[in-house]
Design a protein around this ligand. Sequence first.
Ligand code: AMP
Ligand code: MG
Length: 349
Amino acid sequence: MRTEVLCLREGQEEEKIRKAAEIIRAGGLVAFPTETVYGLGADALREEAAAKIYAAKGRPSDNPLIAHIADRSSVYELAASVPDWAERLMDAFWPGPLTLVFPKKAIVPDGTTGGLRTVAVRMPSHETARKLIRAAGVPIAAPSANTSGRPSPTIALHVLEDLNGKIDCILDGGEVGIGLESTIIDAAGAVPVILRPGSVSAEMVREVVGTVETDPGAEHPVKAGVQPKAPGMKYRHYAPKAKLVIVTGRDEAVAERINGLTAEYEAAGTLCGVICTEETEAGYRCGNKKVIGSRRHQETVARNLYAVLRQFDEEDTEMIFSESFDGGQLGQAIMNRLKKAAGYHMIRV
Ligand code: AMP
Ligand code: MG
């Protein structure tokens, strides 16, 4: 299959979106930008279309897909019940990077939900995404547009690297805004439970609903034999090819430990890399340090995380040491992805 790249910055946006929507309607696969990461879209109401997503990504079939909608009213076509507090969350954060999980209606095929009786729904704020969904006239099932297990794509080139020849089309809308996947909240129970942290933080949810819980799978490794509420949580996600270790503590102590470790590994012939920030860069001696962003602008760290992991892959880096990025609105989401990429390997100094 030839993968066609339609670049939206080169004009004729409406026509290109219409073409991509026709592919979705015909049961094909289109990668498209959202405000979180690039998604790999197919008609959410057709089992055989969703099956193509799993095949292209190499995604385990029990890992369900999020249905993306363009209008708030569509949620009631997919969800069998919507609690009051979920309505308030939609008022506050839709369109935007918040996914809600509801009991599903029969119209949603099991092939989209990995056999679950629930369906995850999100209304993205990215204009292109919403135009595509409207033009297709169906909800679009869209996981991140990467090969399963690789860092999620934040530019169209990342999608091409992973899925060239496996999907029909890529809508290239430039770099995404947030760079981390949506916050997922279970709205099938009595209170909101965060299944996956994202840029809508626990604090922001608490402000709207008054209460919020966090599923253990969102913060800790899932124990063998335990079925997490978000099935995706049990897979090693976002992983670079290199081994990644997070070092956490006071800035100077972190730099000192990382300098010691990189010197040791480099002496043994291992290709090392360091993930640091504008503020801390000067403290590292490793030849391959990458500035992920600024500690004063946490959103730059979130936006660059996956691209930095991909760059290390390209350079065949074998061992990566990273600072940690706790605290603030995005800290929980950044650390969730970083810890998973590290297989929860952390050193405290
Ligand atoms: P991705 O689209 O790659 O960001 O992955 C979607 C995430 O949403 C995975 O971690 C899924 O396990 C989770 N998810 C999708 N549908 C459901 C659902 N019905 N219940 C719980 N988690 C879900
Ligand atoms: Mg994904």
